[in-house]
Design a protein around this ligand. Structure first.
Ligand code: SF4
Length: 325
């Protein structure tokens, strides 16, 4: 047998370079996802969300979803990704930081809009990035199938983010990351291929004895730690409710509410997003209630085209402006 270190007769099969191993497909998917601008990426098995389903069932049974009947109707698909993408094997979970430096106005005649709706609609921004990631995977793995999930598809975004190790669910029921606080949008790419899964597992809960969000909620919507009752929540009331008249005192909010996240001590780790589509639109941080009340349908469309605020329609935004006075 020859000497493998013989320089004149090197081995015919090159030994693998363990200093620079070929990246796995999972590693290359993550690298591509970071190139697309995502802040956090994790890959976990597309298993049924059994424990999370039990908690969702209890929340629904207590009526905390208010009139969001679609949450009940999509329960099975929401808790099992294999019913959303037949043959799903992997979930690529992503988070995208959306914080911007602006601060809400305290002016009594200004309507407050939730920070998540200051720029372009995150459904479009994350959807575009995840669609680009899916196309990249399909080019790498011919025949692979996938499904982009950004809220509109029934998926438990926070549950996947926890499984991917992004952070923990705070007592205000939002996902909290160490790097960005809770100012992150979440989405998933379901794939029917098996990848190397992340082994980190869920992160510990770091809320400790803090109760700042429960204490600060103007309407007492956090009825117990980790449980939000949508019927008392300003976000639900100003965005999802279809009532003609204001149902709650909204403390100046006309679209969504950020109080529980603004008071959270983990918010100090916020950092500005690098995503230009989340830059606040002109006039959205300090929008006079009188401007909303006098807005024409054409002005509403022009101002909020491509924005989450379109969801309420002008009628809903006017209702909210009345309620905020
Ligand atoms: S405000 Fe306190 S209790 Fe609420 S989510 Fe943040 S750390 Fe947890």
């Amino acid at each position: 047998m020859g000497d493998p270190m013989n320089r004149e007769n090197p081995p015919t099969h090159p030994t693998p370079d363990t200093r620079h191993p070929t990246p796995s497909l999972a590693e290359r998917i993550k690298a591509r996802a970071f190139e697309l601008g995502f802040s956090k990426i994790g890959i976990v098995p597309a298993d049924a969300l059994t424990d999370e389903a039990a908690r969702l069932r209890e929340w629904l049974d207590r009526g905390h979803h208010a009139t969001m009947g679609w949450m009940e109707r999509t329960f099975d698909r929401r808790t099992d990704p294999r019913l959303v993408l037949p043959g799903a094997k992997s979930v690529v979970a992503v988070a995208l930081n959306y914080d911007t430096p602006g601060r809400h106005s305290d002016a009594p005649d200004a309507g407050k809009i939730s920070r998540y709706a200051w720029g372009d609609d995150y459904h479009d921004v994350l959807g575009d990035k995840l669609a680009a990631l899916l196309e990249w995977v399909k080019a790498e793995v011919p025949g692979a199938e996938g499904k982009v999930c950004v809220d509109a598809q029934p998926a438990m975004d926070k549950a996947w983010a926890v499984r991917a190790g992004f952070g923990w669910i705070g007592k205000h029921s939002n996902l909290i990351t160490r790097e960005y606080g809770s100012w992150v949008f979440l989405g998933e790419l379901l794939l029917d291929i098996t990848l190397d899964f992340d082994a980190d597992g869920p992160m510990a809960d770091h809320c400790g004895s803090c109760t700042a969000c429960l204490d600060a909620c103007p309407t007492g919507a956090i009825v117990e730690p980790y449980v939000v009752d949508a019927r008392r929540c300003i976000s639900f009331t100003t965005i999802e409710s279809k009532c003609d008249d204001p149902e709650l005192p909204t403390d100046g909010w006309i679209f969504g509410c950020d109080v529980c996240q603004d008071v959270c001590p983990w918010t100090r780790f916020r950092k500005p997003t690098e995503e230009p589509r989340f830059s606040p639109r002109e006039g959205v941080i300090e929008l006079p209630l009188a401007t909303v009340e006098a807005m024409t349908p054409e002005e509403f469309q022009e101002r909020f085209a491509g924005s989450p605020v379109l969801r309420t329609k002008l009628k809903g935004l006017r209702r909210n402006a009345r309620g905020a006075r």
